[in-house]
Design a protein around this ligand. Structure first.
Ligand code: ADP
Length: 440
């Protein structure tokens, strides 16, 4: 059986050992990482991910336990050999790029080769070919400050590969990038793993990245609390029979990375009790709905994707249900657009969109969906209520209460069930129509 490339046994890393501010950042960590694996160290800020990565990189000696790379204790190397190891066995990419601002892009990439016995022209040729490969060859003569963040990170990917390392370490490499650049950098790192067959160890707290990895080590408070195998990637680490059963929990762990195993078990059970669809179906349904909402696919294509068999990439739901989903989504999107326009104070033709007009339109829609007939007073109260909710004067619970309240006191006198259904539906429409900016 192949031996692991990196082995941690009962590894603890202690900062400021022996001092009053001594701090154990990692405790009793065990890992076996095999050549060619893509490993993500995942967890909330401060859990010890970077500490583990820099310990593997040869910069943080174990306080307790052992750490072996290719069977060697790198911390027992004489200093010159350790530097050679760090330069030639490991490549590294940082969140902040760490490029030298006064050097050209080409010189930044060629620099780590300076201690090799290659001449300058050869070094420059290799640097340029890596820059070309990672899509930044055309800016090699510029200084880093003239490049976008995404380009700078692709320069540092080129630099990390210049000495042809066996292992690539990446410390939150997309933490400072927009979504397009993130995708480009993640694709390049993936290519280094799948095409160049290099071992990748990436520190991340972005759950969207987990699907790239063969395995994910989840860390919390300096401990590895869970190891999750990605069933979508063919495993390199030998799996002993009976040792790992890939279950729904692994999939759920990727969807809800910060939940405990107990919570995931509960989620699995509650999904079974309350939903007709599996998590896999729900993920596909979400993807298709997202494309539909954004107008990237039309109604026909949306329904087709919903009805298509699971094996052929569809969601596999009955056609009648698919049609219902399409029509409810369509109506909701239309109403949500009204809310959006109203909040921007403009209608289609750029004319002021009055609160009354909006409320009237939403009311017509709600009454149609719920087939409720209202008297004149109820109608007026409903318009007012909708306007209050959309402008935020009334919250969802108050709306629910007002729907049940007597007509004379401004309510609609609906039954509890009618009020609940209507409130729930209306909250969904509002959620689609109101933009929220989340602070991270
Ligand atoms: P993560 O990468 O998961 O955000 P780190 O590995 O950077 O976490 O840090 C783990 C813990 O170790 C944190 O509580 C952090 O404050 C502490 N720590 C990190 N570096 C040092 C240091 N040089 N000296 C003392 N404590 C440190």
């Amino acid at each position: 059986m192949a031996k692991p490339l990196i082995v941690c046994r009962d590894l603890s890393i202690i900062y400021n050992q022996g001092k009053s501010n001594e701090f154990k950042a990692l405790s009793g960590v065990n890992t076996d990482i095999f050549e060619g694996e893509y490993i993500i160290l995942f967890g909330p800020s401060g859990c010890g991910k970077s500490t583990l990565m820099y310990a593997i990189q040869g910069s943080l000696p174990p306080g307790e336990g052992t750490l072996l790379v290719k069977g060697d204790d790198v911390y027992s190397y004489p200093p010159a050999e350790r530097v050679y190891f760090q330069r030639h066995v490991m490549g590294i990419i940082f969140q902040q790029f760490n490029l030298i601002m006064s050097l050209s892009v080409l010189d930044n990439v060629a620099l780590p080769m300076i201690f090799c016995d290659r001449d300058k022209a050869t070094r420059n040729r290799r640097a340029q070919s890596l820059l070309d490969r990672f899509g930044v060859g055309h800016v090699s003569h510029k200084i880093p400050a003239m490049l976008s963040g995404g380009q700078q990170q692709r320069v540092s990917v080129s630099r990390s590969m210049v000495n042809d390392p066996k292992i690539l370490l990446a410390d939150e490499p997309t933490g400072n990038l927009d979504s397009v650049s993130t995708q480009q950098v993640m694709d390049k790192i993936d290519e280094i793993n799948t095409f160049d067959r290099r071992t990748i160890i990436m520190v991340s707290h972005n759950a969207a990245h987990l699907s790239y990895a063969h395995r994910v080590y989840y860390l919390k408070d300096g401990l590895i609390v869970r190891e999750v195998v990605n069933p979508q990637r063919k495993q390199i680490k030998p799996v002993k029979e009976g040792e790992t059963i890939v279950t729904e929990l692994e999939q759920l762990a990727r969807l809800f990375p910060y939940d405990s195993i107990e919570t995931l078990r509960v989620k699995s059970l509650v999904n079974y009790l309350t939903q007709d669809y599996t998590f896999d179906q729900l993920i596909r349904l979400e993807k298709a709905t997202s494309l539909f909402i954004q107008g990237k696919v039309d109604r026909k294509a949306f329904i087709k994707a919903l009805v298509l068999s699971y094996e052929r990439g569809g969601v596999e739901i009955p056609e009648k249900e698919a049609r219902r989903i399409a029509s409810v989504s369509e109506k909701m999107i239309k109403n949500a657009d009204d809310i959006r326009r109203y909040r921007a104070r403009k209608d289609n033709s750029g004319i002021f969109f009055s609160q009354h007009k909006l409320a009237e339109r939403l009311k017509e829609h709600l009454l149609q969906v719920y087939r409720i007939k209202l008297s004149k007073e109820q109608n007026e109260n409903m318009t007012e209520l909708i306007a209050d909710r959309v402008t935020g004067v009334t919250g969802d619970e108050e709306m629910n209460e007002r729907l049940m309240k007597g007509i004379r006191s401004g309510g609609l006198a609906l039954s509890e069930k009618e009020a609940d259904d209507l409130t729930r539906y209306f909250e969904k429409v509002i959620a689609q129509g109101v933009d929220v900016s989340y602070k991270s």
